[in-house]
Design a protein around this ligand. Structure first.
Ligand SMILES: [Zn+2]
Ligand SMILES: [Zn+2]
Length: 158
C-alpha cells in the first residue's frame, strides 16, 4: 500500500483548533485526543476502537464520553459519521469528498479518492432539480483479508 506517502486528507491540529473555536466549541484535551485517535487509526473507526486507542493517554475515559465527543466533532463537521450502509456506526476522519470500498463479509471500510478533485465527485444522470452537494460511491466486495481466509466469490448462502 502506498498510503503512507500520500498527503493526509485530515484536518491538521491548527485547523482543528480553529474549527472548534469557529463552531463555538471549547478546545479540550478530550476533544483533541479523540480526534487524534481517529486520525491515528486512519480509517473509519467505531467508538469502541477509538476508546481502545485512547486508553493509553486517557486511561479512565468512558465509551460514552468517546461516543459523545465523536458526535460533537461530527455535528461540527470536523469528522463525519460514515454513512456506509454496513456494520456498526463508524466515524470517518476524512472530511474530503471520497468513495468507499466495503467488505460485505467483515464490514471493513476503506477510503478511495474521487477520480476528480471537485465536489460533488460524480454527476447524476438526472438531478431532478436537486442542487447536488456531494456524491459517494460504495463499492461492495470482499476484502483481501477475507479472500485469504478462503472467502473468494462466488458467495455461498448461509
Ligand atoms: Zn473482509
Ligand atoms: Zn471514508
Amino acid at each position: 500500500m502506498a498510503m503512507e506517502n500520500e498527503p493526509m486528507p485530515y484536518l491538521t491540529r491548527d485547523e482543528l483548533i480553529q474549527r472548534l473555536r469557529a463552531s463555538g466549541l471549547r478546545v479540550t484535551q478530550q476533544r483533541l485526543g479523540v480526534f487524534d485517535a481517529l486520525v491515528a487509526l486512519g480509517r473509519h473507526a467505531t467508538p469502541e476502537e477509538v476508546a481502545e486507542h485512547l486508553r493509553r493517554d486517557f486511561p479512565t475515559i468512558s465509551l460514552n464520553t468517546v461516543y459523545d465527543t465523536l458526535e460533537t466533532l461530527a455535528t461540527a463537521g470536523l469528522i463525519r459519521r460514515a454513512d456506509v450502509m454496513a456494520g456498526p456506526l463508524r466515524y470517518d476522519p476524512n472530511t474530503e469528498p471520497h468513495h468507499h470500498l466495503v467488505c460485505r463479509l467483515c464490514g471493513d471500510q476503506v477510503d478511495v479518492d474521487c477520480a476528480g478533485d471537485e465536489a460533488p465527485c460524480l454527476e447524476p444522470s438526472d438531478d431532478h432539480g436537486f442542487v447536488v452537494e456531494r456524491a459517494e460511491v460504495t463499492f461492495f466486495g470482499i476484502c483481501p483479508a477475507c479472500q485469504q481466509r478462503g472467502h473468494a466469490a462466488p458467495a455461498r448462502r448461509p
